[in-house]
Design a protein. Structure first.
Length: 131
């Protein structure tokens, strides 16, 4: 399968591949920010205000994380940079937790037909009911 035909190539949210030789903090930041902006643009097409708000928070948190990472990578001994990076990671975790909560709420709101079937009575219980 070629890169052009792979599912990740057609997915606007897929992260671009980068080799370790060409990876440095600034190039990785640019790639992540480009991917975050693509994800933000795709989410803005949705008319649900909750999803738009979450997409905005995700985009801003990702940008903040990458900026904090770049600052920390330049000077790893600076405690302020470390605190800023830690706060940015916490904020991104909060946004991803919100996404998980929204996904779970959608799953509960639209249950599968299989989940609606009654649970069969186990054979050992069914035998007792006949007596």
């Amino acid at each position: 399968m070629t890169k052009e035909n792979s599912p990740a190539h057609n997915d606007p949210l897929a992260m671009p591949e980068i080799s370790l030789q060409e990876a440095n903090p600034s190039s990785v930041s640019v790639l992540h920010l480009e991917s975050a902006s693509k994800a933000f643009a795709a989410a803005q097409e949705n008319t649900d205000p909750v999803l738009q708000d979450t997409a905005t928070r995700l985009s801003l948190s990702t940008q903040n994380l990458m900026q904090s990472y770049d600052a920390w990578a330049e000077n790893m001994e600076n405690m302020e940079n470390m605190r800023s990076l830690s706060d940015a990671m916490r904020n991104l975790r909060r946004v991803t937790s919100r996404i998980e909560i929204e996904m779970a709420a959608m799953a509960v709101a639209e249950p599968d037909e299989d989940a609606m079937r009654p649970i069969p009575v186990p054979l050992h219980r069914a035998a007792r009911q006949l007596m």
